[in-house]
Design a protein around this ligand. Structure first.
Ligand SMILES: O=C(O)C(=O)CO
Length: 327
């Protein structure tokens, strides 16, 4: 058997290996949709191979469930659309038409054959998207990597303090329609700086197009961003956390992102930090995770160190500090 591994991207293990197999169209077997890489198998391949894929927990697959008749070309061209990987046999012509139909998500082509005369090597070589060396970019496409705009949006701030205000000030030029916030109580002085409206937690969840978490992690705010909050958010909303990972129930967030309950998340902070690369959140294509760098500019970090030093000196002199945490 020759397995043509044309290119291999990182595939992280996700805890979703118990997906139910459901019967789809006659002659096909489908696994339920999840965020795992999608594989199409063009033939009912012998059980050993299917078992390996099934038990790996690394992929979801869709299969032409017959060994007597090859998958009709029309069905094949439909089924390969957007797949991450393809297992084929020697009856399938892997040519320009098929590779175009599959599109730029295709990262691995594995043929269950020693011969490879059914593969158009010229076409395979031409396609930069089959090689991770080319950055995985395909041609410009109309909806590729599109996101939601800040213009005309409602931005919700969970926990309004200096950071929430600073974020709003930076977002305002992008023509945000409205800022809303919630906190333990209204903070009119800060809110007036950004013209933000005080709302309940439920209203914050249901109205925000972008919900940004700026509260401190305390016993009261631990896991405050959980299933209950995500279930009230719009499925077009983006969740941002730059405060502390502990304010988010990461399992609930994974569920909300993978089920499409919310559209996406940007996390600068996680539990733990660094988040292990095997963490399920890393398997999602609608979750961007950064290594706690929201304040990582030379001037901000210098200002932070100067503030810490000045506070210390004032404290030693018994004078009021510039910023003091009242215990
Ligand atoms: O100052 C903090 O608390 C940070 O998280 C650094 O960005």
């Amino acid at each position: 058997m020759w397995c043509g591994r044309v290119a291999l991207q990182r595939i992280a293990v996700a805890p979703l290996n118990s997906l139910r197999i459901t019967r789809g169209l006659p002659g096909t077997v489908q696994r339920e949709m999840s965020s795992l890489p999608r594989v199409y198998i063009t033939r009912q391949i012998p059980p050993e191979g299917l078992k390996i894929l099934s038990e790996s927990g690394q992929v979801q697959f869709d299969l032409w469930d017959s060994d007597d008749v090859p998958v009709p070309r029309k069905e094949l061209l439909q089924k390969v659309k957007g797949v991450d990987a393809l297992v084929c046999v020697l009856t399938e012509k892997i040519d320009a038409e098929l590779l175009d139909a599959a599109g730029p998500n295709l990262k691995v082509l594995s043929t269950m054959s020693v011969g490879f005369d059914h593969l158009s090597l010229e076409e395979l070589k031409k396609r930069p998207f089959l090689s991770s060396e080319h950055g995985g970019w395909g041609t410009w496409r109309t909806l590729w990597l599109c996101g939601y705009e800040l213009a005309n949006s409602t931005v919700g701030i969970l926990g309004l303090g200096r950071i929430g205000v600073a974020i709003a000030e930076r977002l305002k030029p992008f023509k945000v329609k409205k800022f809303i916030y919630t906190d333990v109580a209204p903070r009119p002085e800060l809110a007036s700086l950004i013209d933000a409206e005080y709302v309940s937690m439920d209203e914050l969840a249901s109205q925000s197009d972008f919900l940004t978490v700026c509260c401190a992690l305390t016993p009261e705010t631990k896991d405050i961003c959980n299933k209950d909050l995500f279930s009230k958010m719009k499925n077009t909303s983006i969740f941002i956390n730059t405060s502390r990972g502990g304010v988010v129930d990461q399992e609930d967030l994974y569920e909300a992102l993978s089920s499409g309950q919310i559209a996406g998340a940007g996390l600068d902070v996680t539990v733990p930090e660094p988040l292990p690369t095997s963490h399920p959140l890393f398997t999602l294509n609608n979750c961007v995770i950064l290594p706690h760098i929201a304040s990582a500019s030379y001037s901000t970090r210098n200002a932070m160190s100067a503030l810490a030093a000045n506070n210390l000196l004032l404290g030693l002199k018994g004078q009021p500090m510039i910023k003091e945490l009242k215990l």
